[in-house]
Design a protein around this ligand. Structure first.
Ligand SMILES: NC(=O)c1ccc[n+]([C@@H]2O[C@H](COP(=O)([O-])OP(=O)(O)OC[C@H]3O[C@@H](n4cnc5c(N)ncnc54)[C@H](OP(=O)(O)O)[C@@H]3O)[C@@H](O)[C@H]2O)c1
Length: 499
């Protein structure tokens, strides 16, 4: 029995209906996200400890048994054929020299004991050996792990040199791709991963790239048994997994309200945003190519809020959220409906922006940005002066470690639903859940990305039946990713519920 979410009188509501101990629940969820200055799911792990499941042509899978370094014996675990091959690394961090890449390196180094048999075999990759050496030196000093300098291998690979990408992908079970903007650099990496049998995880926040990869590579990835999982950073793991977490409390769905302040973001993300907005028309035509019909609505249709409204839930003005979370969550809901016949969550995302003075600043900034982004001269000015045009949110230097320590995020999801017939009367159940974590871009993002990788390494049998291009929610809905994130400081919790 499906569960339906709808809109309540005050804010935004999600409807869902699904079997809940013989009754229907129709729930409304409202998710507030707050990035502040200052400060179960699914089956158990399935891979044998100490072994790594590699992509293989569906339905076969490969398992890597760790053997004395650096090579692993790879054997098929399915009955038909057996083969062997060698993959030196469980994980390769591509773009390790980037601002975000360096923090992914540190996160992998911190958590390597969570790898198969307690040891993760990993390497860093990028186009400059010198820069990669520097990153390892810095990580060794920061983490007091001098062995990183000698034990972690370096792979030189350049996006514009397909042979170097192929050689890199052949050596790894999973590529953690930190090279962005993805619209320029991402496709070659996806292609190389699919062709060379490496799973790929990225931290992209660009819907056009993410949806384009799904359109163009899903079938090939499925044939190869390769999992390409995009947006595994702050965009969009907290939103996508948070919606599923909230839905599962009601066996239902969620809606997002989102607000950010106090955090500083590196120029790499600013560039991705500039090109994303400049190209927004292309996203519309890309979406037409999927030929998707509307998803079914059970119960009352969600009521869309205006372009600017005062939210009593977070006591500030809010606007529709323009980032990639809505695109990712909606793709997840479509996948879960089409594959598992789940009733889709009705969903919308809003960002809290503060009081009247912040609204004026935002409107002025947004208008200026929108005009400038449409012209190449405007775009080059935006690129040159990120701090000025983003009121200090984005900077070429990125946040300092101290700023990161002082930042955190919190999403609050407000849900309402039904315990009986979802199409009748006002919702009679409410829930509020939260996803909280450390600084979004360079602490939470590496945690989410690295835990997504461990989930693939340890729980491949809980992933979708075939490989393909997936959202985090679609890939990990049946895994223990939420538990893993909880253990690493990205916490999912129910803060209140009433029926
Ligand atoms: N999901 C999230 O919440 C989240 C959070 C943070 C970042 N991101 C995304 O992550 C991406 C990277 O951001 P960033 O701030 O780390 O950017 P960045 O500092 O500019 O790093 C870009 C990386 O790409 C590498 N690169 C560029 N061209 C290359 C090529 N042809 N071949 C191989 N490597 C190449 C760079 O190598 P060199 O060092 O040699 O130049 C560098 O390692 C952006 O798309 C950003 O939006 C997402």
């Amino acid at each position: 029995m499906p569960l339906t979410w709808a809109v309540n009188n005050t804010v935004l509501v999600l409807r869902l209906w699904k079997p809940v101990i013989g009754c229907r629940v129709d729930a409304t969820a409202f998710i507030a996200h707050d990035c502040r200055k200052s400060n179960a799911h699914g089956p158990a792990p399935s891979a044998t400890p100490g072994s790594v499941v590699l992509p293989a042509s569906s339905p076969q899978r490969l398992t890597v048994h760790t053997s004395p370094s650096p090579f692993h014996l790879v054997t098929m675990t399915t009955p038909t054929t057996s083969t062997s091959s060698s993959r030196p690394y469980h994980v390769i961090i591509f773009g390790a020299s980037g601002f975000t890449g360096q923090f992914v390196v540190e996160e992998v180094a911190r958590t390597s004991a969570e790898g198969p048999k307690g040891t993760l075999k990993w390497a860093v990759a990028g186009r400059s050996r010198q820069k990669l050496e520097k990153v390892l030196e810095q990580a060794a000093a920061t983490l007091s792990k001098p062995e990183l300098k000698s034990e972690v291998d370096i792979i030189v690979a350049d996006v514009s040199e397909p042979d170097s990408l192929a050689a890199m992908c052949k050596q790894g079970v999973i590529v953690l791709n930190c090279v962005g903007p993805y619209r320029f650099y991402g496709e070659n990496v996806v292609k190389a991963c699919v062709e060379n049998g490496a799973h790929c995880i990225d931290i992209c926040g660009e819907p056009q790239f993410l949806e384009g990869m799904q359109l163009n590579y899903h079938n090939q990835a499925a044939e190869k048994g390769v999992y390409i999982v995009g947006s595994c950073g702050f965009d969009s793991v907290p939103a996508d997994m948070g919606v599923l977490y909230t839905r599962d409390q009601f066996k239902g769905a969620a809606l997002i309200l989102f607000h950010l302040h106090g955090s500083c973001i590196h120029d790499g993300t600013w560039q991705s945003a500039i090109y994303g907005f400049a190209d927004s028309d292309k996203l519309k035509s890309l979406r037409k190519k999927f030929g998707h019909g509307p998803l079914p609505v059970v119960g009352a249709k969600i009521k869309r809020r205006g372009t600017l409204f005062f939210s009593t839930e977070i006591d500030q003005y809010a606007v529709p959220f323009m980032g990639s979370d809505p695109s990712v969550v909606k793709r997840t809901q479509r996948y879960l409906h089409e594959e598992n016949q789940d009733t889709p969550v009705q969903y919308a995302a809003y960002a809290g922006v503060g009081g009247v003075s912040s609204v004026i600043k935002l409107l002025f900034g947004a208008m200026l940005f929108w005009i400038m982004v449409k012209f190449s001269f405007g775009r080059s000015l935006l690129m040159k002066f990120p701090e000025f045009f983003s009121f200090g949110v984005f900077s070429k230097a990125g946040p300092t470690r101290k700023q990161m320590e002082e930042s955190s995020f919190c999403f609050t999801f407000f849900g309402e639903g039904y315990t009986e017939d979802p199409s009748q009367g006002k919702p009679n159940a409410k829930i509020r859940t939260q996803v909280k974590g450390p600084e979004a871009g360079y602490v939470a993002t590496p945690i989410a990305m690295v835990q997504a990788a461990f989930t693939i390494l340890h729980e491949v049998k809980s992933l979708p039946k075939t490989g393909g291009v997936y959202t985090p929610g679609a890939a990990f809905v049946k895994t223990t990713l939420i538990d893993r994130l909880n253990k690493h400081g990205i916490q999912f919790s129910v803060s209140s519920s009433e029926a």
